[in-house]
Design a binder for this molecule. Structure first.
Ligand code: NDP
Ligand code: GDR
Length: 348
């Protein structure tokens, strides 16, 4: 059972599980328009249907729906990937974020316990819980100091998962995942926002890119690798929590520079703070800072130590930072090319 199957991670995990011959039950919440773009290729493909992807209606805010699915499916493994996962949005919707991202996991765990299921449970925990970091490299033992309603909700879910393991003997684990990206990343997250904007600028569909804090540093890896790690965590003999990270930290500014290099527009930075801009080789302003995109409290730097996962799970990231950037830009150039073709089509 995979919650959040329509999200970035859910689509990679569904692919991985189907390739291993699993029967996958994906939980989909009700939307006014379809949200299946990331898993269309799994739903529509006859071969994939043979390897069993079932979609069921459910919502992390609705205990009854979770109980019903768990009772019907009796899954061997439950991957809880569903969340209100946007940190900036969590400042606007703190109560909703706490409900979905914090209480949602509790509802699933309590249902597993209540139904006395043998299901193994994976919780998508986040490096955002470290917040105002206490160690220069964050590992499983680093104290938490969340800096957003999202981080606080994830911390609640993290401790709840541990407590259900300790109190009731459930096989329940936290994957403490640092940022992971892909061409399927939501467009509001900074990496995808940058790669898509650069591609659109390349095709003349957009003039500039507005960003917030250029100095924030993140440990960015490839989403597919992190779902491999999630699966490995449920195949061990002893349930435990693991950090998944690359061990490298880069700034938003560096990510931007690499992306614009990929479209042959190397950036030069001018000015400081809110006045800073990135200009292309012909002097055109391509990037500007918009202070409205700053957060009330920021997580300045994240850099993870995944050596425990390396040792116990034999898990390593397989995609380098440079490869990740290239993968995203290549994909977004195709997206922007299609958008440009639509803009220029005579029927428009
Ligand atoms: P996405 O935002 O791409 O996907 C979130 C998923 O949750 C979507 O399928 C969404 O459905 C679903 N969802 C949202 N609200 C509900 C609800 N009330 N009931 C049921 N489903 C709901 O996130 P990612 O794939 O990037 O991340 C997966 C998980 O990992 C999340 O929990 C995230 O917080 C966590 N995480 C992510 C990291 C990252 O860098 N990507 C790092 C660390 C943790 P819909 O498609 O309908 O919106
Ligand atoms: P994050 O990812 O908050 O780390 O959460 P995001 O890509 O949103 O921000 C990363 C950093 O970039 C800075 N930033 C901007 N961010 C966005 N979204 N848009 C901008 O224009 C912009 N300009 C600068 C941010 O301030 C921040 O410092 C992600 C999510 O996937 C969470 O669900 C997950 O738990 C964590 O990663 C680990």
């Amino acid at each position: 059972m995979v919650t959040g199957v329509t999200g970035q991670d859910g689509s990679y995990l569904a692919e991985l599980l189907l390739s291993k011959g699993y029967e996958v039950w994906g939980v989909v919440r009700r939307r006014s328009s379809t949200a299946l773009a990331r898993i269309d290729h799994l739903v529509e493909n006859d071969d994939a249907l043979d390897s069993s992807l079932h979609l069921v209606n459910g919502d992390l805010r609705d205990t009854g729906s979770l109980l019903k699915i768990l009772r019907q499916v009796r899954p061997d493994e439950v991957y809880n990937l569903a969340a209100q996962s946007d940190v900036k949005v969590s400042f606007d919707l703190p109560e909703y974020t706490a409900d979905v991202t914090g209480l949602g996991p509790l509802r699933i765990l309590e249902a597993i316990r209540e139904l006395d299921l043998p299901s193994r449970y994976f919780q998508a925990s986040s490096s955002e819980m470290y917040g105002l970091v206490r160690d220069s490299l964050q590992s499983e033992g680093t104290p938490l100091h969340p800096r957003s309603p999202y981080g606080s909700a994830k911390a609640f879910a993290y401790y709840t998962t541990r407590n259900y393991r300790e109190a009731y003997g459930l096989f329940a684990v936290n994957g403490i995942m640092f940022n992971h990206e892909s061409p399927r990343r939501g467009e509001s997250f900074v990496t995808r926002k940058i790669s898509l904007a650069a591609a659109r600028i390349h095709y003349g569909l957009q003039e500039t890119l507005q960003l917030g804090n250029l100095d924030a540093r993140r440990d960015w890896g490839f989403a597919g690798d992190y779902m491999e790690g999630a699966w490995r965590m449920l195949q061990t003999d002893h349930p435990s929590d693991y950090v998944l990270a690359t061990g490298e930290s880069r700034s938003v500014r560096e990510f931007c520079e690499l992306v614009f290099q990929e479209i042959d527009q190397p950036l030069t930075w001018r000015g400081i703070g809110p006045e800073e801009v990135g200009v292309g080789p012909d002097g055109r302003m391509l990037v500007e800072v918009n202070p409205q995109l700053y957060r009330p409290t920021e997580v300045d730097i994240l850099q993870g130590d995944a050596s425990r996962a390396g040792g116990d799970l034999d898990w390593q990231p397989t995609v380098s930072f440079q490869e990740l950037v290239r993968m995203m830009v290549t994909s977004d150039l195709e997206v922007a090319e299609r958008q440009a073709a639509r803009e220029n089509s005579p029927s428009k």
